[in-house]
Design a protein around this ligand. Structure first.
Ligand code: NAD
Length: 297
């Protein structure tokens, strides 16, 4: 039987509606408008697309949206000074520095300069530590979106075998922490894993976050498993154009999986919706207001 398609676009649209409704309540009942500042350094075309769509989504949710586009030659000191200003700006509840930053800037230093309470990407070492110890943290948007899709699809994840392929700080590791927090038995596989197909075949839940087009095939998948494809890879088509594919061979895996996310239209839309959700969460925490249900892990 063909796998159920997990419609990330539809789920993200529902989450964005919930965020918007909560923003309206915050404005009307507490005179507080959540604000998100996105900082982009240099001219990376993919980053510019991401920043534009983040700004548009922020405004559509009724939030304040601020974009800082800095020249590629901006010094680290000037970027840190901007972050300091945003940290002290009471109208800004979330700060996101779009990665990658140019080579002359130390990304770790920049992430460490963001106030952890405004760290809507969840990359600050304090939030990494809070998440790792099962405490209230700002949770990275992409893994949070994956978790929401899994809960929606499977209900309780308790006791399930989960294999995360990829051990990056922005996807693989926080994804594994979230699955552990939901009581899965978690394996993190990576480029040095021996018998990767054999490891993945044990999983009830597979999260692929590698960056290798269509690497995961049907032979790797336990029948009925739920497969979340984080990968975004641009490949050439025969007509010379390009198209996006994930890390999972969708057509092949859909024949055996229980449920699967498409690329595009799966994890991507959930990532942006979770950024908006994180901004609302940060705003509520800053103002000591009740956090809405279902916006974080
Ligand atoms: P990364 O390059 O930082 O990490 C990739 C990981 O894959 C590494 O830990 C590496 O060990 C592992 N890996 C590499 N080759 C492997 C192999 N042959 N077998 C097993 N593991 C292997 O990448 P990332 O930032 O974690 O992103 C991964 C993918 O997810 C990329 O395609 C990226 O574009 C995509 N992504 C999507 C979203 C979204 O919103 N949908 C967000 C972030 C990243």
């Amino acid at each position: 039987m063909a796998a159920k398609v997990i419609d990330g676009k539809a789920l993200a649209a529902r989450l964005r509606e919930r965020v918007k409704a909560h923003v309206t309540r915050l404005v009307e009942e507490h005179a507080v408008q959540p604000g998100l500042a996105v900082v982009l350094v240099g001219e990376n075309p993919a980053s510019e697309v991401y920043v534009r769509s983040k700004g548009k989504a922020t405004k559509e949710a009724g939030m304040k949206s601020v974009e800082h586009k800095l020249d590629a030659a901006t010094s680290e000191a000037d970027l840190l000074a901007l972050i300091d200003r945003l940290n002290r700006d009471a109208t800004i509840h979330g700060i996101l520095v779009q990665l990658p930053v140019p080579d002359h800037i130390d990304a770790d230093k920049v992430l460490a300069a963001i106030d952890p309470a405004k760290d809507v990407d969840g990359f600050h070492i304090s939030n990494v530590g809070l998440l790792g110890t099962g405490q209230k943290a700002m949770v990275p948007c992409t893994p949070l979106g994956c978790l929401m899709m899994l809960r929606e699809e499977l209900g309780s994840l308790s006791g399930m075998e989960a294999v995360v392929i990829g051990r990056s700080n922005i996807v693989g590791k926080p994804m594994a922490q979230l699955l552990l927090k939901d009581s899965c038995t978690v394996t993190i596989a990576h480029s040095r894993t021996r018998d990767l197909p054999g490891v993945v075949r044990r999983a009830d839940i597979v999260v692929a976050a590698v960056g290798r087009p269509t690497m995961v095939t049907a032979q790797w998948i336990k029948p009925g498993a739920t497969v979340i494809d984080v990968g975004i890879n641009r490949i050439e088509k025969e007509d010379g154009g390009t198209r996006l594919v994930g890390d999972v061979d969708y057509e092949d895996v859909a024949k055996i999986a229980g449920a699967i996310t498409p690329v595009p239209g799966g994890v991507g839309p959930m990532t942006i919706a979770c950024l908006l959700a994180n901004t609302v969460t940060a705003c509520c925490r800053t103002h000591g207001l009740a956090e809405p249900e279902g916006l974080t892990a």
